[in-house]
Design a protein around this ligand. Structure first.
Ligand SMILES: [Mg+2]
Ligand SMILES: [Zn+2]
Ligand SMILES: [Zn+2]
Length: 1005
């Protein structure tokens, strides 16, 4: 491709079909030989690797353009097909056109020729209507193919052509590329019956001439009748009517009193439906006759695409560069799948021609034709349902044209919209609570591979030399240098010392990643903004990326084998943008919820709960240990003195050390008590999920919004550190015994179950006796179902209450459930008390055998037990029936998630593709790539969801609070402030003000 010929702007792209003549014109050579290379390894002339088609071997010259491999893009060739074949890609359109046009004159048939007086004129009128619809569709940017579809639907209904009056038949399409016409033919035993009628056992025989005479002008001549008798008759369409006349005529002939009853009485027995296969050549002939104006009326541009071009007579052969062969280690060549397919096509094409010339029987010709069609079809698409895919000898299906383009690995999604990138790394992640949430631990092996470009100057000269001297293996070293003249030199263990001496200002050094570098970190599926954030590097030993556990929620990461990607940034602009916009702390507030998405999770929460719930006391050593990983290096005043006279500090006091000094806050905790924070001191309440948790922990959220992201980052880091020391101080574990309840508790649960079973029994009895009162809008069986579910729910509630009562406040599982660290009271109920009813699609389990769920129950058994109620707890264990029901209920959840993720993934893809060109501009508007304004203000209100309150009872923007803050910041003392606020403003006439502004802007006097 020449540079000066590259278009600067694309005006429009039109799609259409290719004229076979066009294929021949653009072809560099005709391909007739199915072979590729001769014994000496040279491409065979007019073979599939002909040098006219381009070159892939270095050293050879392209015969068409004279260039060498690498600069020659390759050239198309062509194969002359021995017989036309259907292009699979157009199978549907071919079907539509066959159905919509006349089988005799090929014209579009929008009205019925028998039913309308002036059919031709009415047809023209309909076509004008289609054109109008097309114009409207284009104007409204609707899909013009909808017009085509509805037009064809109309044309298909027609029985007689409005132009030539020919009878029309329906078209049957057998996928992928076979078409039949469903026609009426003389019944298979017609000739025999006719013979019998003409030569009855009693009476005189009549000759065909007699019959023809009787029929006179409305029927057959004697020749046709002889054909009928001999069975060689092929009906002409109008003959069907004549055939019916014939039966009546035979009946009228006096000699034929004993005529075959069927033949004389009912014309229906004369004909039968038959499928007449349309060969591609028939279709081509049919389509050739369709007038340009007719296809134009249904939205096909006849200048670009003639319908007969959908039936191929010439097959273009892609250039060799599009299907390069690879040379294996043993010198053998391995050809591309497309080449293999082309070999098949040429072979069959050859055989077809030979057989036809030799005058082979029609059956053989048809078989070969079908085979040729199969090879051409699979050459274009090898994943057609109902067609066995073409396979390699190994059994692997061939990857042909459509497979190269389609799907995730295809050309569009795999090679054009997404590509592999340099300076990226991927490995397993693991947790490291000692890192800041802004940091990422990078393995040394990754750090020595990913480099940053250093522009050497006087100030960093020594540093740069040090990196180079360390070589590519020592960390922190360098991998490449670039000299003044632009030459790039690889730093090796051998030359590094020497090269380091030579480094001077103006050079570029590609140094290893070091602590503090900024990189981008990502976990798939990247569904929201926080899936890609910038972290600061901390180079570490071993092979995993290390993260602080507080950033797990935004990435939705855990450490069960999750892998993440890292990208090293390659210029200052990118690094600056990443640091300012993408750093983890800047992403702390989620745009989805308007609350913090980063915060304490799991053990952090248990830790702060243990520290603050009962406000325990600590001696000096313990207090210092708890705060050792925070900035606090001096303990606050002690809260008091214990019995031994030693000073002590309470948990809440220690926690308060992490809070900003002037923080005032009051809210209800997850545990249910009221948290009061005044002047940065936690006075009462439990610090748990609602205070410091990810997803809207009140304290974290407030600090992030009212102080700064940096302050919030410090807070989260320190809360996590304090919580870890705290949970280690107290010790925290759960075991199976933590879920056991005493026998009397079990008895109470059993009693509740028995009660419910009794109630269910009563409900069933009432239902069966027809005495059940239906709920509004429900029928009886629905009512029963709902009432039983209600009873089962009640059992579980009771079990929950009992479990809660006996398990106690300090049970670790209860602590986790109440603090919001992990799990719920329901989980505990199911472990300790009773699992409860299992449901599929919101109903008790009904499926299984006939009228029963399992063969263990009697038919029609409606009890709770027979429909999936699990009385046992996870701890006590399920019986086999319960286990089976439980698996059924569990399966639904698994299937739901699997289905949901794939569905929502596809929706996401479409939404992203639809919105990808929209961009918020610096002037506040949202525009597409052609500068059309989509929104004058981002989101129509110009507010960012993270800067706005999301709670229902507050207004989105607290104007008063903001105004107070601004005024406070503006004035140093109260006097100044009062003067400002109290001072009266000069009245402002808006229109005059606008005038002033206008004059100034216009540069007037
Ligand atoms: Mg995982
Ligand atoms: Zn070339
Ligand atoms: Zn016609």
């Amino acid at each position: 491709m020449s540079a000066q010929g590259t278009p600067q702007e694309i005006g429009q792209i039109s799609f259409g079909l290719m004229d076979p003549e066009e294929y021949r014109e653009m072809s560099a050579t005709k391909v007739i030989t199915a072979d590729t290379y001769d014994d000496d390894g040279f491409p065979i002339d007019m073979g599939l690797m002909d040098p006219w088609l381009g070159v892939i071997d270095p050293g050879l010259e392209c015969k068409t353009c004279g260039k060498h491999s690498g600069s020659c893009n390759g050239h198309f060739g062509h194969i002359e097909l021995a017989a036309p074949v259907i292009h699979v890609g157009f199978a549907k359109l071919i079907r539509r056109l066959l159905r919509g046009t006349c089988r005799e004159c090929s014209r579009l048939t929008p009205v019925d020729g028998r039913r309308t007086a002036d059919a031709e004129q009415a047809a023209e009128e309909r076509k004008r209507h289609y054109r109008e619809e097309l114009r409207r569709a284009t104007e409204l940017s609707n899909d013009p193919s909808d017009v085509l579809k509805s037009a064809i639907r109309e044309c298909r209904k027609v029985d007689y052509c409005p132009y030539c009056g020919a009878k029309q038949f329906d078209i049957k399409h057998e996928k992928p590329t076979t078409y039949y016409e469903i026609i009426e033919v003389p019944h298979s035993n017609l000739s025999k019956r006719l013979e019998r009628a003409m030569d009855p056992e009693e009476g005189e025989a009549v000759t065909p001439d007699d019959v023809a005479g009787e029929l006179d002008d409305a029927g057959f001549d004697a020749g046709r009748i002889r054909e009928l008798l001999s069975g060689t008759y092929r009906p002409d369409r109008n003959d069907i009517e004549r055939l019916k006349n014939l039966s009546r005529a035979l009946g009228r002939l006096n000699d034929l009193e004993t005529v075959d009853e069927d033949l004389s009485s009912s014309a229906e027995y004369l004909v039968q439906e038959d499928m007449d296969k349309l060969m591609p050549s028939d279709i081509r002939d049919w389509f050739e006759e369709i007038p340009d104006e007719d296809i134009e009326a249904i939205g096909i541009n006849p200048e670009r695409s003639r319908p007969e071009w959908m039936v191929l007579t010439v097959l273009p052969v892609p250039p060799v560069t599009a299907r390069p062969s690879i040379t294996l280690d043993n010198g053998q060549r391995s050809e591309d799948d497309l080449t293999h397919k082309l070999v098949d096509i040429i072979r069959i094409n050859q055989r077809f021609m030979e057989n036809r010339e030799a005058g082979a029987p029609q059956l053989i010709i048809e078989d070969l034709w079908e085979l040729l069609q199969y090879h051409v079809t699979t050459f274009m698409d090898n994943e057609i349902s109902g067609t066995p895919p073409a396979r390699h000898r190994s059994g692997r299906p061939l990857k042909t044209l459509s497979q190269r383009l389609k799907g995730k690995e295809g050309r569009f999604r795999g090679s054009l919209s997404g590509k592999r990138v340099n300076f990226s790394a991927r490995t397993v992640i693991s947790p490291d609570p000692t890192l800041s949430l802004n940091e990422v631990g990078v393995p040394e092996r990754v750090a020595t591979e990913m480099t940053q470009t250093m522009n050497v100057n006087e100030r960093n000269l020594e540093e740069a030399r040090r990196y180079v001297a360390n070589g590519p293996e020592g960390h922190p070293g360098a991998n490449y240098v670039r000299r003044h003249d632009g030459r790039r030199l690889k730093v090796t263990e051998k030359n590094c010392e020497e090269l380091a001496e030579k480094v001077e200002p103006g050079w570029e050094v590609s140094r290893h990643l070091i602590d503090g570098d900024i990189v981008i970190f990502n976990r798939q599926p990247s569904l929201h903004r926080m899936s890609i954030m910038a972290h600061e590097v901390v180079v570490m030993p071993y092979k995993t990326f290390r993260l602080n556990t507080t950033v797990c929620p935004p990435y939705n990461a855990d450490f069960d084998g999750d892998e993440m990607n890292m990208h090293a940034l390659q210029n200052e602009e990118a690094r600056a943008e990443a640091r300012v916009l993408m750093r983890v702390q800047e992403q702390m507030l989620s745009p989805k919820m308007g609350e913090n998405i980063i915060g304490a999770i799991q053990d952090h929460i248990s830790g702060t709960y243990l520290l603050t719930h009962e406000n325990p006391q600590f001696n000096e050593t313990q207090a210092l240990d708890l705060l050792r990983a925070t900035r606090t290096d001096e303990l606050p005043d002690p809260d008091g003195v214990d019995d031994d006279g030693r000073a002590f500090w309470t948990g809440r006091t220690l926690f308060s050390e992490l809070l900003p000094d002037d923080l005032d806050l009051e809210f209800t905790s997850s545990a249910g008590d009221t948290v009061v924070i005044e002047d940065g001191q936690l006075l009462s309440g439990t610090i748990d999920e609602d205070a410091v948790g990810a997803f809207g922990g009140e304290v974290v959220d407030t600090v992030a919004k009212a102080y700064s992201k940096t302050r919030a980052r410090i807070l989260i880091n320190e809360v996590a550190a304090l919580a870890m020391r705290s949970i280690m101080h107290f010790g925290f574990s759960i075991g199976i015994d933590d879920e056991s309840i005493p026998p009397e508790a079990q008895e109470r649960i059993d009693e509740a179950i028995d009660n419910a079973n009794d109630r269910v029994g009563e409900l069933i009895a009432a239902y069966e006796a027809g005495e059940l009162e239906p709920l509004p809008g429900r029928d009886l069986s629905e009512t029963l179902e709902m009432r039983i579910q209600q009873q089962q729910g009640r059992v579980r509630d009771t079990a929950g209450e009992v479990a809660e009562e006996y398990l106690g406040e300090d049970n670790p599982a209860v602590v986790m459930a109440q603090s919001g660290a992990r799990g719920s009271m329901l989980n505990l109920t199911q472990m300790a008390g009773c699992i409860g009813g299992q449901y599929v699609r919101g109903e008790r389990i009904h499926r299984g055998y006939e009228n029963r769920t399992l063969s263990h129950f009697e038919e029609g058994d409606l009890t709770a037990e027979a429909h999936g109620f699990v009385e046992h707890s996870y701890r006590s264990g399920l019986d086999p029936k319960e286990f089976f029901f439980h698996a059924m209920g569990g399966r639904e959840g698994l299937v739901d998630t699997a289905v949901r993720t794939s569905k929502s993934g596809y929706l996401q893809r479409r939404l992203i593709n639809a919105l990808s060109e929209l961009e918020a501009q610096y002037d506040g508007t949202v525009r597409d790539t052609t500068d059309n304004v989509v929104q004058f203000e981002f989101g129509e209100d110009g507010t960012s969801p993270v800067e706005v309150s999301s709670s229902v009872d507050e207004s989105a923007v607290d104007v008063e609070e903001i105004a107070d803050r601004v005024v406070d910041a503006e004035f140093d003392d109260d006097e100044e402030k009062t003067r400002f606020l109290g001072g009266e403003r000069e009245p402002l006439n808006l229109s005059e003000h606008a005038d002033d502004w206008w004059m100034e802007a216009a540069g007037g006097d």
